[in-house]
Every structure is written in C-alpha cells, then in structure tokens.
Design a protein around this ligand. Structure first.
Ligand SMILES: Cc1ncc(COP(=O)(O)O)c(C=O)c1O
Length: 398
C-alpha cells in the first residue's frame, strides 16, 4: 500500500494545487485594456451590455450588475422590502453574506437545516421556520447545485414570502430545464475569482419583475434618478437629478464589466471542463471506503463550483482534520465550505447557539472541497484522485 506523504511517503505532486483558481486569457486582458483606453472607466456603456448578456445567458428578463455578491444580496433584500423586525430564512451551510444581508436590513436571520444528501436548504425545514415575521427566504445553491426551487417556491407563494436565490455558485446550472437566474423572484450572483466566471470582484441580481428591477437600479446608485417620471420636482435644467430614496454606491466599473463580458464568452467551455472533472471524481470516489459524495440534485444539469468530499470518520482511522492535513502533505490544498454561519463569534454574540441545525453541523464535521477549476490539467486531476485515494485506502483500517 502506498504510504501517504504525511507518514514519510512521496507526495503525489511536487507543486501545490489549490481548490480554486481563476482563468484569465489574452482576450480578457485585451477587453480590459480597451476599456482603460476608452472614455469610461465606470458608468459607461459596458454595464448595460453586460446586463443584456446575463439576461441572454440565463433567460432572466432583467439583470442589475453591482460591486460584489454581498452587495447583490443586500439590495435584493432591500428590494424585497426586508426591514426592521422581519425574519429571513437561510441556510447555515454557507458563506456569512447569505445571512449578513438580513442583518444589514435590521432583520433577523433564521437558520433552516439542510438536506443530508444534497447539502442544500431543506424545504421542509424552511416551512417549519416560517412565522408571521418571515419576509423572505435566501436559498443558497450550495457548491453550484440548484436549491430545491420548486418546493421553496410553493412555500413562498403560500406564505407570501419573497424567494431570493443566493446563486453565488450557480452560474451555468439549469434546474428543470431553466437556467438558474430566471426562476426565483430574485437571484444573486458573485463573480469573485474562485467562482466559475470572474470580474475580480463583482455581483448581479437577476429578476423577471420590473418592479424589483426599478428598485434595484435605484438602490445600487444612491437612490438617485434622472428619470423625469420618478422625480418629485420639475428639473432645474439638464444637469438635474434627484435622490428619491436611500441607496448605496454598489456600482460595478466598466473595467470589471469588460472582464466579465469576456469571461462569459468562455462559460460553455468552463462548464464543460468542470462537468468533465466532476465526472472523473465521481467515478474515482464512488464506492471508496471512508468517502461520501454530495448527491446531485435531481432534474438539474449542474455546473459545480465546488467539489466536496465528505470524510466518514466511522469508516477511517482518521477524521477530517487529519485527512485535510494529509492532503496538504501531498501538495493538494483543499478548503472547507462552510463553517456553519452561526458558529462565528459574531453570531454567538447575537444569541445563536450550536445545535440549531444538526444535519448541517454533522456535514461540516466531514467536508473538504478539493481542487476544481477550468485550468486544471488532466495530470492535476489524476494527482488529486491519486492523493485522495491513497489517503482513504491507507486509513481505511477500521
Ligand atoms: C454562497 C455565497 N454567497 C454570497 C457570497 C458573497 O459574494 P462576494 O464575495 O462576491 O461578495 C459568496 C462569496 O463567496 C458565497 O459563496
């Protein structure tokens, strides 16, 4: 049996590999340089072009791009009318932004447990969390797998709630034949460099509702309008504009927009490669003792942002922490997505306690995100498979 590097064996590779990495080519660089040579670095024509492209790709009627995925969640909550005294239901197995957006609006995040197979928020748990104060559900497409939107939409319609899909991971995924982004009341995207496509920092809100769209535009730009129909007073002149509500400066620059626009041209390629790597991992790890895989959401065509293996401590002589360290010794640097949000000291200070969502907590104990990104070579994929398999086999002595 091959000895893991952590026990003195030879690492499966010499150079380090990380769980994610952006892919930027010459076309991306040229697109950015063209903007740098143009008249508009921000507030220019690239923004509307990009928004149109996002609508075309997803089938959503409206898109509002903004500075990052967190800003997108914030303005989506505000557009949904989330405010003081409201409750917003979300998953604990996510990045803090999915819950922080409720806090920004003066509302209370309520954590509903996740499904033990898909790791997505469980519609039955959501239904059990609804109270007269609930205003919205922020459903995370965990790792790129669509949330169970049908079940969630039923609950939201019945209870008069707004369904906000935190689609930070989901671009390129289809649920029941429709691209995510065109289904929920509002869907937010993130374009951080580890995501499938990037603008450096960036985000977007997609919606089919003209009412939400108009609010989102105002919220992104200080609450300022130049539209005569929205102004309260007659214009003083051509320079005139009015602030008609309190908004933020959450604009995306034209530099970022050009990068993302160019990245989106490669989305079909990015999807294909991610799916191919996922298929290789699935084949290599299904049936491997000590490893459980995240179940694919039924009726979806998933583009994974993350590939997550779950270490089953009961089948191995080591736990997740040791497995993670053993992988690093092989020069394979994973990550853990995510520490349950309410474990963070800030949330503890707000009164949240461990034990709230037992399924999410149990999943957290075992998960590791292994490398998955477009630029991985076949050799990289082979190395990761060899590393994981070597460690799982070596420690499968129980
Ligand atoms: C699930 C989820 N929601 C929201 C965000 C926030 O996006 P951003 O980093 O673009 O603000 C992230 C970012 O990692 C995320 O993973």
């Amino acid at each position: 049996m091959e000895k893991p590097a952590i026990c003195g064996g030879t690492p499966v590779r010499e150079s380090k590999i990380y769980y994610g990495h952006q892919y930027v080519d010459e076309a991306d660089i040229e697109a950015v340089v063209r903007v740098l040579r143009s008249d508009y670095l921000t507030c220019g024509p690239r923004i509307a072009q990009l928004e149109e492209k996002l609508c075309k790709i997803t089938g959503a009627q409206y898109a509002v791009v903004c500075s990052n995925g967190t800003a997108a969640l914030h303005i989506a909550c505000l557009a949904a009318g989330v405010g003081e005294g409201d409750e917003v239901i979300t998953s604990p197995l996510t990045f803090a932004a999915s819950a922080n957006c409720a806090l920004y609006c003066g509302a209370k995040p309520v954590f509903a447990d996740v499904d033990k197979e898909t790791y997505n928020i469980d519609p039955a748990a959501v239904a059990a969390c609804v109270t007269p104060h609930t205003k919205a559900v922020v459903a995370v497409d965990f790792g790129g797998q669509s949330a169970e939107l049908d079940g969630l939409q039923d609950i939201c319609r019945e209870q008069g709630l707004v369904l906000i899909e935190d689609g930070a991971h989901v671009i390129g995924t289809r649920y029941k034949g429709k691209y995510n982004g065109s289904i929920a009341d509002m869907t937010t995207f993130s374009f951080h460099p580890v995501k499938t496509v990037t603008s450096g920092e960036g985000g977007a809100v997609l919606t089919n509702s003209e009412e939400y769209y108009k609010k989102l535009i105002l919220l992104r730009e200080h609450g300022i309008t130049r539209e005569a129909g929205l102004m309260q007073n007659p214009p003083h002149g051509n320079w005139y504009y009015e602030q008609i509500m309190l908004g933020m400066n959450y604009r995306m620059t034209d530099i970022q927009a050009a990068l993302l626009d160019s990245q989106l041209d490669k989305l079909p390629l990015f999807r294909m490669r991610r799916k191919a790597i996922t298929a290789r991992y699935d084949q290599a790890f299904s049936g491997l003792k000590g490893i459980r895989l995240q179940k694919e959401v039924s009726d979806s065509d998933t583009t994974r942002h993350l590939y997550i293996i779950r270490i089953l401590e009961e089948e191995l002589t080591i736990g997740r922490k040791e497995f993670f360290e053993a992988l690093a010794a092989e020069n394979i640097y994973g990550n853990v997505h995510y520490i349950p949000v309410y474990y963070h000291p800030y949330y503890e200070r707000l009164g949240y306690r461990k034990g709230l969502c037992p399924v999410a907590e149990e999943i957290y104990e075992g998960i590791i995100s292994i490398p998955l990104y477009y630029g991985m070579t076949d050799q990289d994929v082979d190395d990761v498979i060899r590393g994981v398999t070597k460690i799982a086999r070596y420690y499968a002595g129980k």
